[in-house]
Design a protein around this ligand. Structure first.
Ligand SMILES: [Zn+2]
Length: 84
């Protein structure tokens, strides 16, 4: 039997994807950033990223305060990921 490929779960829809199909983020306690290689991280799929509500869930999940800075950071991360 073939070994199933390693998949990661989207934090919102809980579907499983290949790691490269997901955006990996982490919280530093007050904002979000792309995964730095250390600490806890989570994955979001493309479909969920397109839905504004997903970020509300992420913000809640990480107990972050919504600020203009945080929203700007999210947009930045999203733009970077889109360019890949
Ligand atoms: Zn998803």
């Amino acid at each position: 039997m073939k070994q199933p490929k390693q998949t990661r779960m989207c934090v919102r829809c809980r579907k499983r994807f290949q790691q490269k199909e997901l955006l990996r983020l982490q919280s530093n306690g007050y904002s979000l950033c792309a995964f730095s290689g250390r600490g806890r991280s989570f994955y979001v799929c493309e479909e969920c990223l397109a839905q504004p509500k997903t970020f509300q869930i992420i913000i809640k999940m990480n107990k972050l305060k919504v600020s203009e800075e945080l929203i700007a950071t999210i947009k930045e991360i999203w733009n970077l990921w889109q360019k890949k």
